[in-house]
Design a protein around this ligand. Structure first.
Ligand code: PLP
Length: 405
């Protein structure tokens, strides 16, 4: 290999815009649920690249799909279609409520497409008065200006000038407030079937069913943002499948490519009609490389072994957190589902989730946070049980350090 420039974490502060505060550790390679940094220190990965690396690092099926396709064709643009995109779309359609697919490159872009489609659909079918969008406080839908405004954290959308209009928010799981807000002017309701970034909040059965019923009553489209919950994360292929509620539009990203950036918006043929030729598009969306990798990821995850394995591994994780908590009394509860779990810090440790994440990294464990009070975990769906045990032992050491500090 030709000589490469040596880099250190310090260089980040010089050459990268300051919107992130990354760890001091720079990982250079991974295998399964283990990662090695520049100094060859090994880490166990309970973070999964924020719920993306559903098959861990360098899974053989993904490497094969990527390299096979890399030797064939990478990019065409949507002036021509391609075989991997059509195969992946067919598999997504066959496995879900949807009839048709639009491909994008990120979760935000797939949500942007969903919101634009909903507005067009309403205009086509009900006139220009039906343009209101309802979403939920603490929700997260991405960082484009439309999606971040639909997201329920004003801190993320403030300070960029005039916002897209016609968007309002109510509390998640507050059906009464939602019922008071929705009307015949509502064109779409965007919701996560389990709030991820907002703190691993599951919907109550009455709430999610009530939201569906009220959308039907007012002819509003129900958009499920399954960017974080989809592709097996919660133990079913998509979260809607276990809720007994079917959306009109669904978005999926993160785990879809197992680490390759790809996203999709799925909907019915009837609704899709409003995305007529030229109404929306993307240069890279549905590129052969991304679709080939996603097809392999999808085939691997969408099996009873992997999906049932998620439920079994959830139990191991929960038992581990309970054991740590019995010893150190740091969590008030463990929230979430499948392999999207949040250990909520109790009164004594309020605001210190980042300290736990940093302490874990120092012990050789990659974890995440969700806000200031929740340590979040989103590991590979196929993480070996031995790696869970080793990671949990490292997490216990990190917790002990904080408690005994
Ligand atoms: C991560 C996330 C997004 C944004 O995805 P990007 O790929 O970062 O654009 C949108 N919605 C939800 C629910 C997410 O978790």
């Amino acid at each position: 290999m030709s000589e490469q420039m040596q880099v250190t974490r310090e260089l980040f502060n010089d050459v990268m815009v300051p919107n992130y505060a990354p760890s001091n550790i720079i990982p250079v390679r991974g295998a399964g649920s283990r990662v090695w940094d520049q100094n060859d220190n090994e880490l166990i990965d309970f973070a999964g690249g924020i719920a993306v690396n559903c098959l861990g690092h360098c899974h053989p099926a993904l490497i094969k799909a990527l390299t096979d396709q890399a030797n064939k064709i990478w990019h065409l643009s949507n002036v021509m279609t391609n075989e991997p995109a059509l195969r992946l779309a067919k598999k997504l359609v066959d496995a879900t409520f949807a009839d048709q697919v639009y491909f994008a490159n990120s979760g935000a872009e797939s949500n942007e497409a969903a919101l634009k489609l909903a507005r067009r659909w309403a205009l086509d079918n009900h006139g220009s008065d039906k343009d209101q969008i309802i979403a939920f406080n603490q929700g997260f839908h991405g960082r484009t200006f439309f999606t971040v405004t639909v997201g329920g954290q004003a801190a993320y959308s403030d300070g960029f000038g005039p916002k897209p209009g016609g968007i309002s928010h109510v509390d998640y799981n507050d059906l009464e407030a939602f019922a008071a807000l929705i009307s015949d002017k509502t064109c779409a309701v965007m919701i996560e079937p389990l709030q991820g970034e907002g703190g691993l909040v599951s919907p109550t059965n009455d709430f999610i069913k009530g939201v569906r019923e009220l959308c039907d009553k007012h002819n509003a489209l129900l958009i499920f943002d399954e960017v974080q919950t989809g592709v097996g994360r919660l133990g079913s292929l998509y979260a809607y499948m276990e809720l007994g509620v079917t959306p009109d539009i669904m978005t999926t990203a993160k785990a879809l490519g197992g680490g390759f950036p790809i996203a999709a918006m799925l909907t019915t043929k009837e609704i899709a009609k409003s995305l007529k030729i030229g109404t929306h598009g993307s240069t890279y969306g549905g590129n052969p490389l991304g679709c080939a990798v996603a097809e392999a990821a999808f085939d691997t995850v969408n099996t009873p072994e992997v999906l049932n394995g998620v439920i079994a591994k959830e139990a191991i994780f929960r038992a581990g957190f309970d054991a740590i908590n019995a010893k150190y009394n740091v969590f008030s509860e463990v929230r979430g589902k499948g392999l999207l779990l949040g250990a909520v810090l109790n009164e004594q440790y309020q605001g210190r989730a980042r300290d736990f994440m940093v302490a874990a990294a120092a012990e050789g464990l990659m974890a995440l946070v969700a806000g200031a009070n929740i340590v979040r975990f989103a590991p590979s769906l196929v993480i070996p049980d031995a790696d869970i045990a080793e990671g949990m032992a490292r997490f216990e050491k990190a917790v002990a350090k904080i408690v005994n500090a």
